[in-house]
Structures are given as C-alpha cells and as structure tokens.
Write a protein that binds this ligand. Structure first.
Ligand code: CP
Ligand code: NVA
Length: 301
C-alpha cells in the first residue's frame, strides 16, 4: 500500500489491518503511552476546501506520532494561482514525507500520487472520503463488536460519503443499502463495483426500504462543499430523505446512527435523532484521529 486514494483500491485485509492498528493507537492515547512512530517526519496538508475535523485530526495525529504537519491552503499558495499539480507534486516530494490533500476532482489526487514520489492521502474529494469511512468502520466495530454481516444503510445524496461507504462496507462484508433520489445516485464506477456483490447491495429511491432492519443508519449533508449554488433545488430533491423517528422505526431497535459532520439539523437528520445518537456520532468524529494515524503509520512509517 503506497497511497490512500480511495477504498476501491484497498483489499479487505488492508482495511482490517488499518482498523486493528487504529484500535491499538487509540488505546495508546487513552493510556497516555508515547508512540512516536513518525519521529522527524513531516506531512503537508493541502486544503482547497474548508475543514474542521480533517485538519485538526491530521495535525494532532502527526504531533502525537512525533512528527509535524504543515497546513497548505490553496488560497495562500501557488496552487491557487494555477501551478500545475505535476510540478507541485515533485516539489513537495523533495521536502516532505507525505501529502494529505482535500480538493474537488479525484483526478487531482491521483495525479499528485503519479507525479510525486511520496505517499498521498485523500482527505476528501467530490468522488470519495476514504478517511471518514475508516473512522466510520472503526466506530461500528467498537459499538457492535463486528462488521461482517451487519446491514448498513445510507439515506440522502449519492455523494462522496455514499461512494466510500459502498466500497468500504461491501469490502468488509457488510450488507449495504442506499436510498437516493433519481439524479443523485452514487458514481457509476461505484455502482458497477457494487453490482458484483449481488444481493448484498441494494439501491432504491425508497428510504424505508433501505432502512429496513438496518444495524447502522448513515446520512450526510444534502449540499456538499462546492454545490452551494444548487442548495434550493437540492433541498427540494431530498425532501423525504430525512433520517427521523419514522425512518428509524424501520431499522433494528438497537440501530446506530452515524454522520460524518457537519450536520444540518431538520434537513438530512432531525435534532431528535441526532441527539439520541450523539454519543456514536462524536465517537465517529474522534475516530478520525485514530483511523488516520493508522493510515499515516502504515504509509509513512
Ligand atoms: N467530516 C469531515 O471531513 O469534516 P471536516 O470537513 O470538518 O474536515
Ligand atoms: N459530503 C460532504 C462531506 C463533508 C465532510 C462534502 O463533501 O461537503
């Protein structure tokens, strides 16, 4: 494993190995045990979109691992003025030990990996959000004790989160069902991958059908970063795709609820359901730190 660009690239064994390492690293933090596995290493973090969790978890993670993280905003660097990715990749490879990037096009991340000579980690693109789903899987395993055979359902926009949940969930042996309106489906290449899993995958436009007997219910914002101009029309398209009490009644009585955050209450999720499951949702947020440290140790260690 040289890069962490999308979960479609990872094997089940690689994902499980990262989750095991993430659990171990979380334990070290809880015990206050020093774990400087990346002493003297520097991670560059390129942000072309806003972030709270991703920035804080990568920066804190590198510090806890004995290394250093460098925040590179596209606005204040030559990246925002159009310096080609091929050149940025080669320059950063001469100075850093790894790059994390949050950007729009997946192609950009793949190109950084192709032209650079150091590991590249995807911190969210329009196509996927693999670091988030590693934290989601860690959280589900913590709460449920296993992944294999559980039913995960995702309600709402067929966006970067939906794409990564399908890839990650199916790879680790979960059943995955997705409810999105027509016109807001997950990416074609992800659906193509999912079709190979037969009855373990369901795509529907009926949220109740997707949520039936689910062990885990997941949703995400209806308007992702970069889509702000379409906000009104998206809100209209997703009415009826809310995670609320009625939808939760279709899931198992002990079903978990996850949300990558930021959440928009009374849109994709009611305040009531969010607060009932706040413990799981904030465990999920915390696990960004542990799951990404596992990725960092694996790639940079
Ligand atoms: N979930 C997530 O990636 O959050 P940020 O946008 O705050 O990084
Ligand atoms: N789908 C959201 C996730 C934010 C973490 C977005 O891309 O804005």
């Amino acid at each position: 494993m040289k890069h962490f660009l999308k979960l479609l690239d990872c094997t089940k064994e690689e994902i499980i190995e990262l989750l095991d390492l993430a659990d171990r690293l979380k334990q070290y933090v809880k015990e206050g045990k020093e774990h400087h596995f990346l002493k003297g290493k520097t991670l560059g973090m390129i942000f072309e979109k806003s972030s709270t969790r991703t920035r804080v978890s990568f920066e804190t993670g590198m510090y806890q691992l004995g290394g250093h993280a460098l925040f590179i905003s596209s606005r204040d660097s030559q990246i925002g003025r159009g310096e080609p990715t091929q050149d940025t990749a080669r320059v950063l490879s001469r100075m850093l030990d790894g790059i994390m990037i949050r950007t729009f096009e997946q192609k950009e991340v793949e190109m950084l990996a192709e032209y650079g000579s150091i590991p590249v980690i995807n911190g969210l693109t329009d196509f996927c959000h693999p670091c988030q789903v590693m934290a989601d899987l860690q959280t589900i395993r913590e709460h449920k004790g296993r992944l294999e055979g559980l039913k995960l359902c995702y309600i709402g926009d067929g966006n970067n989160m939906a794409n990564s949940l399908i890839a990650g969930g199916l790879k680790v042996g979960m059943d995955v069902s997705i409810a999105t309106p027509e016109g807001y489906r997950p990416a074609p290449e992800v659906l193509e991958f999912a079709r190979g899993y037969g009855a373990k995958f369901l795509l529907t436009d009926t949220p109740m059908e997707a949520a039936k007997d689910a062990d885990v219910v997941v949703t995400d914002a209806w308007t992702s970063m970069g889509q702000e101009e379409e906000k009104k029309q998206r809100e209209a398209a997703f009415a009826g795709y809310q995670v609320n009490k009625e939808l939760m009644a279709a899931a198992k009585p002990d079903a978990m609820v996850l949300h990558c955050l930021p959440a928009y209450r009374e849109q994709e999720i009611t305040d009531e359901v969010f607060e009932q499951h706040a413990n799981e949702i904030f465990d999920e947020a915390e696990n960004r730190l542990h799951a990404q440290k596992a990725v960092l140790v694996k790639l940079l260690g």
